[in-house]
Design a binder for this molecule. Structure first.
Ligand code: SF4
Length: 150
């Protein structure tokens, strides 16, 4: 919300992008990188209206689905209706297909965005949640965990 984006300096994001670009070379040509207000989609097939995400993770995570659903939502807001998604896990050779958003999805995403806006407008930061498995690899680690010394 304040225009701070740490992803360019994240080794993990770079590694994820590298996996995305090189795991499925033969498919990469039909995808475009597109930048929308509110997010950047690294791999979008405009012809088939498919968002493609590649994850290095060993685990299927709710956050991966939420990320792609949010991209679908952004596309809809920008006039591209009924986009679908594919999340690939090359290490596990698994593929997750996401259908077009339903009315329920739109309502759920609206709640997410309202919660984010509420946090952004608050004077107080919400308390940190100590989740070492998440924080260790997060682009925002320094903001959350480095403290000033006297
Ligand atoms: S470092 Fe941890 S608490 Fe901070 S944004 Fe990342 S995941 Fe959240």
């Amino acid at each position: 919300m304040n225009g701070i984006n740490m992803e360019h300096s994240s080794d993990l994001v770079y590694e994820g992008k590298h996996i995305g670009e090189h795991s499925y070379d033969q498919r990469s040509k039909k995808y475009r990188e597109i930048e929308l207000e509110g997010g950047k989609i690294d791999f979008f097939d405009p012809k088939g209206k498919v968002i493609h995400e590649t994850k290095k993770s060993n685990a299927f995570e709710k956050a991966h689905i939420a990320q792609v659903k949010y991209y679908q939502y952004l596309l809809d807001k920008n006039g591209v209706q009924n986009a679908t998604g594919i999340i690939e896990y090359p290490k596990q050779k698994k593929v997750l297909k996401l259908p077009a958003l339903t009315e329920n999805d739109f309502e759920e995403i609206q709640v997410w965005t309202e919660r984010v806006e509420h946090i952004g407008q608050s004077q107080e930061m919400p308390p940190k949640k100590n989740k070492p498995s998440k924080c260790r690899n997060c682009s925002y680690f320094d903001f959350c965990w480095v403290e000033e010394t006297e």
